[in-house]
Ligand binder design. Structure first.
Ligand code: FAD
Length: 371
């Protein structure tokens, strides 16, 4: 008989939800993670009284009531609403594109004038768009494309918009209202005290071992449990037998600044081509500039985000779900189905970009199926 019913590889949200539910149902559960901390990519670290989002800004948003009620058992959420700002060569615009944006761009004062201007500019493209540039202009016109889309997109993809396929942008949300709430979600916020504290609450009572790479001690750990929930990279599990799945990566440069307010907003996107970073995150504004006791935090911490090519050994961030990689993934998926003892889950196990609420929903679905 194995010592544990479940070995959960990875203490990110997928692993934490599964472990919590399995433990609650009376199973013996062991969680391991190769990192020296829990919480996977939602990990936050408290520095100078500020919860720093170490793997990129994470804003919880969902329309799924079940997920919202589930996650609220482990954290109280504040009323943070994501309203990013775009900085184009020092001109500031409200995002997503809305009446504040159009007023700043063209001086228009009502929705009819804004619609007329966009229609006029869209008509520049008369044929079926052949690339991302033409697609964007055909949706929102040249001014918005040049100032708010072109530079940002080119930095993100590391290629010119004219060389990128049109299908990358299917729609561009355009609002003819003064509404800059980025996510159209019923529920939204940041867990008070940070995501790490939330995941710690989820894992209460469960044995967790950190700094352990499952793939390096697979045989040994496999004997410990009846079933394994694996949330690491699927290609790594098979030792890249069929080749590497590709990702886009992000590099963060984080600085503590001796001033209380750097940019007055949690997220500012740099939409010109010349600025090398895509965004600056000022972490304190996720919690309104206050520490856990409600006092104003005197310093500030910013992270500049640089989009980068991914190579083996880098932190994988965004799966590249193009034809080539999707095909490769489907082959690995077939191999995974033959692994009787192991269930693959989460963003790396399924090679899929999931928002936090989606990954929680997927883990809850698995729990319903097998627990
Ligand atoms: P992870 O969090 O990656 O957890 C996997 C864990 O497995 C890691 O801790 C890893 O160390 C461990 N592991 C891997 N291999 C092994 C091994 N061999 N042995 C032991 N342990 C291993 N979602 C939102 O809803 N809102 C946002 O604002 C948002 N912002 C994002 C910003 C960025 C830059 C990125 C990349 C993602 C963002 N997301 C956001 C998505 C969110 O990060 C994911 O939904 C979530 O982290 C997925 O959880 P997971 O458990 O699947 O994966």
């Amino acid at each position: 008989m194995s010592k544990y019913d479940y070995l959960v590889v990875g203490s990110g949200l997928f692993g934490a939800v599964f472990a919590q539910k399995a433990y609650q149902k009376g199973n013996k559960v062991l969680v391991i993670d190769k990192r020296r901390h829990i919480a996977g990519n939602v990990y936050t670290e408290k520095i100078e009284g500020i919860n720093v989002h170490k793997y990129g800004a994470h804003i919880f948003h969902t329309n799924n009531k079940e997920v919202w009620e589930y996650i609220n058992q482990f954290a109280e959420f504040n009323r943070f609403t994501n309203s990013p700002v775009a900085n184009y060569k020092g001109e500031l615009y409200s995002l997503p594109f809305n009446m504040y944006t159009f007023n700043k761009m063209w001086g228009v004062a009502n929705p009819e004038e804004a619609q007329k201007e966009i229609e006029k500019q869209r008509s520049e493209i008369k044929h079926k768009p052949q690339n991302l540039e033409e697609q964007a202009i055909s949706l929102v016109g040249r001014d918005i494309y040049e100032k708010l889309i072109k530079g940002y997109t080119e930095k993100q993809w590391g290629r010119e918009c004219r060389e990128l396929p049109a299908f990358i942008i299917k729609r561009l949300p355009v609002r003819f209202t003064f509404d800059n709430n980025y996510f159209n979600a019923l529920y939204q916020g940041i867990p008070v005290g940070g995501y790490t504290k939330m995941v710690l609450n989820m894992l209460e009572g469960i044995e967790v071992r950190l700094g352990i790479d499952y793939l390096e001690q697979k045989e040994e750990y496999n004997t410990l449990a009846d079933k394994i929930i694996y949330t690491g990279a699927i290609d790594a599990y098979f030792n890249y037998a069929l080749g590497c799945l590709q990702y886009r990566s992000v590099r963060f440069e984080t600085e503590v600044l001796e001033q209380s307010n750097y940019q007055g907003n949690a997220a500012v996107n740099y939409t010109d081509c010349e600025t090398p970073w895509t965004r600056i995150i000022e972490h304190k504004w996720f919690e309104f500039g206050k520490d856990e006791f409600g006092f104003e935090v005197p310093k500030t911490i910013i992270s500049k985000e640089y989009s980068s090519e991914w190579k083996l050994g880098d932190e994988p961030y965004y799966p590249v779900n193009d034809e080539k990689n999707s095909l490769l993934y489907s082959k690995y998926k077939k191999m995974a189905e033959d692994e009787e003892k192991v269930i693959f889950g989460g963003r790396l196990g399924e090679y899929k970009y999931y928002d936090m609420d989606q990954v929680i929903a997927k883990a809850l679905e698995l729990c319903r199926k097998i627990l």
